[in-house]
Design a protein around this ligand. Structure first.
Ligand code: FAD
Length: 432
């Protein structure tokens, strides 16, 4: 059977959330651009506070990264703690780290409150060291995280690694029991239905073509144009992530869209699945050009990575399937004869400083830059932006840091430099 070039997770959502068929309202308090975790979380929060809100999604709810990801709900941020502290200072980073833990609790709370059936499990995550030097650095990293954030990580020496992973290629590991796993397509669909139940108006197939400020009776509002009609909003939230287009050019120029790809095997038998991942961890390795992998709830091996740096096209998806399969059997020779049944790709939203950002740009609110840590952080940022609009103030630590654009401004949203960046990170993985 040929590999299906489609997102495995979507098959587990028999009744995806559907948008309103009717016309857009003429005016709302808040218009949200994008219906992934971030936009839907903002819509749910605003609607629960009684704020009239319309969410406009170009495709279907969760169509972007939110249904395509690995479903790993991870603690911390992409950058190492020493780099963060050097850049932002101890107190700011303590608040950011606390926000990352709070974001996981928030996902859990929403899932419980809204009864979202999405296989949420506090199974923990395991980082595995590709080199002895990477493993040696774990001890200091764990001590620092305990000292600065009172958060416990457990070091696993190579001699004990078989209790965590059925692979012998790594030099040891580090476990964080707080991280969780879920089925992202079920979660995002549940979030959309929860926002609708709370009273938010959600529109799919409603691509925003332009957002422009206008004055009505002396008050600043925004005109939001779509092929389904236009609306006027007092406030706008941009939650379009890596899929941000020229409709909002100022934000697009700040985002680097980077491809990430995933394969899923056929269903494994229970014994093999337990051998590969005895504690059902969410796993990633220690490289820059990393692999991330986990079992799905029905015991497939889901294996992802930045196999091609460019965003998904038919070509990059097909090429990635073979690169990822080879990577998978390098980690797990046991899967040499296992069939790969699915391959798909998605686009990650990186900012130039590899940090999440929230704030206002051209008068509209935005949150972006989750860099592969977006399941919980996008949910959190959506809620934070909604609270900011409703209360007129925010304590969001990611709204306080500078939001850099491209060096020398040489960027219009088309990432011409990705092949060079990809080569740079590959070299870095050889030498460090
Ligand atoms: C392959 C892959 C694996 C990943 N794995 C993980 C993981 O395991 N753990 C983790 O934490 N994170 C992971 N991520 C990252 C995570 O999925 C994202 O950070 C998160 O989903 C971002 O959510 P969002 O709501 O900001 O954006 P998205 O979910 O991308 O939603 C943006 C939406 O905006 C819409 N849109 C764009 N422009 C317009 C417009 N003009 N008008 C209307 N709508 C518009 C798009 O159609 C899209 O649906 C992964 C991402 C990918 C691609």
């Amino acid at each position: 059977m040929p590999i299906k070039e489609s997102n495995y997770w979507l098959e587990s959502v028999p009744e995806p959330a559907k948008g309103s068929a009717g016309p857009l309202p003429a005016s709302v308090d808040v218009a949200i651009v994008g219906g992934g975790f971030c936009g839907l979380s903002a819509a749910r929060t605003l609607a629960k506070r009684g704020v009239p809100v319309a969410l406009l999604e170009a495709e279907t709810f969760g169509w972007g990264a939110s249904s395509r990801n690995g479903g790993m709900v991870l603690t911390g941020m992409k950058l190492p703690v020493p780099t963060l502290i050097r850049r932002y200072g101890r107190e700011a980073v303590q608040r950011m780290y606390a926000a990352s833990l709070e974001s996981i609790d928030l996902v859990e709370k929403i899932i419980r409150e809204e009864n979202i059936d999405c296989h949420f499990s506090r199974c923990g995550h395991l980082e595995v060291a590709c080199k002895q030097a990477h493993f040696n650095a774990y001890t200091e990293a764990a001590a620092q995280i305990q000292r600065e954030f009172h958060h416990e990580l457990r070091i696993v020496p190579k001699s004990e690694l078989r209790a965590e992973i059925g692979s012998d290629i790594y030099f040891g590991g580090m476990v964080d029991e707080t991280s969780t796993g879920l089925n992202p397509a079920q979660y995002v669909s549940g979030l959309a239905k929860a926002a609708q139940r709370a009273g938010a108006s959600l529109f799919d197939h409603a691509r925003v073509l332009r957002v422009s400020p206008q004055l009505i009776a002396g008050n600043r509002t925004f005109r939001v144009e779509t092929p389904r009609g236009n609306l006027t909003a007092k406030e706008v939230i941009l939650a379009s992530g890596a899929y941000t287009t020229g409709a909002t050019p100022a934000l697009r120029k700040k985002i680097i869209p980077i491809g990430s790809f995933i394969i899923a095997t056929e269903v494994l038998d229970e014994d093999l699945a337990r051998e590969l991942s005895p504690r059902n961890r969410q796993i990633h390795d220690s490289k820059n050009y990393l692999f991330y992998y986990r079992l799905t709830p029905d015991n497939r091996m889901l294996f992802g990575g930045r196999a091609a740096f460019f965003p998904e096209t038919d070509q990059t998806i097909r090429k990635s399937a073979e690169i990822l399969r080879l990577g998978m059997i390098d980690v797990y020779p046991q899967l040499r004869d296992t069939k790969v049944e699915y391959v798909w790709g998605g686009t990650l939203d990186f900012c130039f400083d590899i940090m999440p950002h929230a704030g206002q740009i051209d008068g509209v609110h935005f949150a972006v830059g989750y860099a592969g840590h977006g399941v919980a952080m996008a949910t959190y940022q959506g809620q934070k932006m909604a609270e900011w609009i409703a209360e007129g103030k925010t304590d969001n630590p990611f709204a306080e840091i500078a939001f850099p654009g491209a060096p020398f401004g040489l960027y219009n949203g088309k990432p011409w430099f990705l092949p060079f960046a990809g080569a740079y990170y590959k070299v870095l993985d050889w030498v460090s």
